[in-house]
Ligand binder design. Structure first.
Ligand code: ZN
Length: 251
């Protein structure tokens, strides 16, 4: 019956006679419907995509390249027409990004703890205030090293660098002071070569400070307390014990 032909047809793939509504519309086809039934068409597309994924990606790329200008204009227009929705999208993206990076951080931290639990515990302890209080001598030692390093870096460069910024003299003033205290027979080059040491006239260990805010820190590293000394003389001086190590006394 003619009427039957319009209300059902055989799917080209599964060969089942199916109602016409079971096929996608296809304006190019003679009867206005696709050759495969919807179920078969979906399966076909799935397989096609799986087999040709790289080809599809390449096709999309080519399409975007060809239509980049138009596409950008369209996106721009959309953004101009929908400022509120754009703001929402940006906020959502940012949130998603933030959550993802936090999650990555959590995973990394968990892996780090799991790798060496004792080490992890010791790091947490070290960062606590109580630990810092207990180990202020180490803090003092580290600060000393920082100032020494920064003094050498500054003297070899063109400006005051690092921890030395906490003191109130300029690089020129420091240079002049040290220059004037070069031992007889030595030169500035000897200092740069490490032959001469920056020495504290009143020994460094006799000052009581643990941070750059302490007034004794400034006294200890003041220009008037600094001089250049040969390595040999400096060692001899360190061995002398006619001064009181204030830091040890305080403990
Ligand atoms: Zn079918």
């Amino acid at each position: 019956m003619a009427d039957d032909q319009h209300t059902a047809k055989v799917c080209s793939a599964c060969k089942v006679n199916i109602l016409i509504e079971g096929f996608y519309k296809d304006r190019g086809a003679k009867d206005g419907r696709a050759r495969r039934c919807i179920v078969c068409q979906k399966a076909h597309l799935r397989t096609y995509r799986a087999v040709n994924s790289s080809k599809i990606v390449a096709q999309k790329k080519t399409w975007y390249a060809r239509n980049a200008e138009k596409q950008r204009a369209r996106v721009k227009r959309w953004a101009e027409d929908n400022p509120d929705r754009l703001a929402l999208r940006k906020a959502a993206l940012y949130q998603k990004d933030l959550m993802a990076s936090r999650e990555r951080g959590r995973i990394r931290a968990a892996a780090w703890r799991a790798a060496d639990i004792d080490h992890a515990k010791s790091v947490v302890r070290r960062n606590s205030m109580a630990w810092r209080e207990e180990h202020k001598f180490e803090a003092r030692y580290q600060l000393e090293n920082r100032v020494r390093r920064s003094m050498h870096r500054s003297l070899k460069g063109t400006g005051i660098k690092g921890a030395l910024r906490h003191l109130d003299y300029s690089l020129d003033e420091l240079r002049t002071r040290l220059f004037l205290t070069i031992p007889v027979g030595y030169t500035w080059g000897d200092f740069l070569a490490g032959e001469l040491h920056v020495d504290h006239i009143r020994p460094i260990a006799s000052f009581n400070y643990v941070s750059v805010e302490d007034s004794e820190f400034r006294d200890c590293w003041s220009l008037l307390n600094l001089q250049l000394l040969t390595g040999q003389d400096n060692r001899k001086k360190s061995a002398r014990l006619d001064w009181t190590p204030a830091c040890k006394l305080a403990a």
